[in-house]
Design a protein around this ligand. Structure first.
Ligand code: NOJ
Length: 557
């Protein structure tokens, strides 16, 4: 495929299939045990065959790697662990030659404390322009020994660290909503704004097709010197890897977060949209903004702001008809108000893998496949986290192998996100074809028959199901973006027994999702196109759908 084939699909981001590559765990090309950009290039054929539209690459920028690269020390350079700038250019070029777009991460909430700016701030006096690029404040108490407020880091522990001033004495504190090596930037500062515009243009000039905006709701902080009523619970409510918190508790904490979803962020995105629109091609942006109530998320995708916002509902939803139907209706209604496409995400590098979250083992795998076929038939954009198409579960890791700052900052109370970040199994060689060296996280032996090569052979494999669903999704007339932009009108629910979802999209597409433990007999006339599990029986004008199964039917009328 040539680059021109990219231009042929207009408004591509309205129903895109975007595949998340976590470069450190995708494919190693030089035997150092960590994935790299050359490794991604070597697997473009695989991604093209899978049938996706674009790759979202998690950060590969210069970074001390204290938070998997989300601690950026130079956003306009490639970390040597991942390769060089030439490798990044080659990846963008080669991806386009494979008919694939490239979305890169941008991390505007914070810089690594190794960034030149932070190092300059450390050497400068309180109140200096160098400190003004971050949130430096004096502490409270007789000697400034108490942090400026009681906020907790989302990774656990306090959100403030104290620096040693030039005179050798403890001095001001700086804010870090995440690890202490990730200093929050002050978006009131003009230099910060200009620097990010420079970074956007830098990568747009290199040909990237868009950006995934990390912590997009976090850049502007209000009432920075005010304490929060329950900082510990708040930081847990904001983490998707934390379960065991009721939905009610989570939502009541998220209703008013002093450092998230403040009005000022929208000015920034209007500015950024202007930059994206000034480039040729259809460059897009997607916000990582976990806000509550979720209707507020639509504000990020107004027509002069960003293109998509991740919908987090399906990262926490159970495989249950009532929950799923209401999440779908809510999402479609919310985004249709502003004419934006919805997005559907089952997992990412911050959350448990979907097969694990839905129970693990055979049942988790079965429900995860059924959930995937459900979202693949919905209007809008879908995201696939690397390895999801193989039905992988989280790996169980020994504590000595863990690297996530969440594990360290919570003193092991939360295991963190490493289990979902284990390198991919490509074939049956000793290191699963990921590396010729020692993988940076151990790959579980039980993945031996789950690797890409093994799954290519079996037509019943999860990989085969993903390929087939993506193929139908991109070609079936009913699954194309609606012309009138009103996605809430693009599917119609049909009557269904308790625990079953049935919807129809025109022309002639019907989806049945049986979320119950029993087989269900359903009066539908048509032909089976695809199913998430074997065993669908057609009996005259009806189908018998096994438990926890989704199927796609080509309707007769
Ligand atoms: C969200 C990213 O997805 C996550 O991996 C990271 O730790 C935080 N933002 C902080 O950048």
């Amino acid at each position: 495929m040539k680059e021109s084939s990219l231009a042929a699909k207009t408004l591509w981001w309205r129903n895109s299939a975007i595949y998340q590559v976590y470069p450190r765990s995708f494919q190693d090309s030089n035997g150092d045990g960590e994935g790299d950009l050359r490794g991604v290039i070597s697997r473009l054929g695989y991604l093209q065959e899978l049938g996706i539209d674009a790759i979202w690459l998690s950060p590969f920028y210069r970074s001390p790697n204290k938070d998997g690269g989300y601690d950026v020390s130079d956003p306009r350079d490639v970390d040597p662990r991942f390769g060089s700038k030439q490798d990044a250019e080659a990846l963008i070029h080669e991806a386009h030659n494979h008919g694939l777009r490239i979305i890169v991460d941008i991390v505007p909430n914070h810089f690594s404390t190794e960034h030149r700016w932070f190092q300059e701030a450390l050497k400068s006096a309180p109140g200096s322009p160098e400190r003004d690029r971050f949130h430096f404040y004096d502490g409270r108490g007789a000697t400034g020994e108490i942090p400026p407020n009681n906020w907790n880091s989302i990774f656990g522990g306090p959100a403030w660290s104290r620096v040693i001033e030039k005179d050798g004495r403890p001095g001001q504190w700086y804010l870090h909503l995440f690890d202490s090596t990730q200093a929050d930037l002050n978006w009131e500062n003009v230099e910060v704004r200009e620097d990010f515009e420079h970074t956007l243009r830098f990568w747009l000039d290199k040909g990237v097709d868009g950006f995934r905006i990390d912590v997009a709701h976090g850049l502007v902080k209000d009432e920075i010197l005010k304490d929060h009523r329950d900082p510990e619970a708040l930081s847990r409510a904001l983490r998707l890897d934390v379960s065991g918190m009721s939905r009610y508790e989570r939502e009541s904490l998220m209703t008013d977060v002093p450092f998230f979803d403040r009005e000022g962020v929208h000015d920034i995105y209007r500015q950024w949209r202007g930059i994206l629109d000034s480039y040729d091609g259809e460059r897009m942006s997607v916000a990582e903004a976990f806000v509550y109530p979720s209707a507020r998320g639509s504000r990020y995708v107004r027509s002069d702001e960003l293109h998509q916002i991740f919908n987090f509902d399906f990262l926490i939803a159970e495989w249950d008809a009532v929950t799923l139907k209401s999440a779908i209706d809510k999402t479609l209604n919310e985004v249709s108000v502003v004419g934006a496409p919805p997005t559907w995400v089952l997992c990412n590098h911050d959350s448990p893998r979907v097969a694990t979250r839905l129970g693990g083992g055979a049942i988790g795998a079965r429900k995860a496949r059924a959930m995937a076929l459900l979202i693949h038939a919905l209007p809008g954009g879908i995201y696939i986290y690397q390895g999801e198409e193989l039905g992988l579960e989280d790996a169980t890791l020994p504590d000595e192998a863990r690297q996530d700052p969440v594990f360290f900052r919570t003193k092991g109370a939360d295991k963190g996100r490493d289990g979902a970040r284990v390198p991919l199994p490509w074939n049956s060689s000793p290191s699963f074809g990921f590396t010729t060296g020692k993988p940076w996280l151990p790959i579980p032996e039980k993945w031996r028959n789950r690797d890409v090569e093994s799954q290519k052979i079996g037509s019943e494999s999860t990989l085969s199901m993903y390929k087939e669903s993506l193929k139908i999704r991109s070609s079936h007339p009913a699954l194309q973006p609606a012309d009138n932009k009103d996605v809430s009108q693009s599917l119609k629910w049909l009557n269904a027994p308790e625990g079953v979802l049935i919807f129809r999209r025109e022309p002639a597409f019907i989806l049945i999702a049986n979320t119950t433990d029993a087989s269900q007999r359903l009066e539908i006339s048509g032909d089976l196109m695809l199913a998430s599990s074997a065993g669908i029986e057609r009996l005259g004008e009806s189908f018998l759908v096994p438990p926890h199964t989704t199927c796609w039917i080509s309707a007769r009328q």
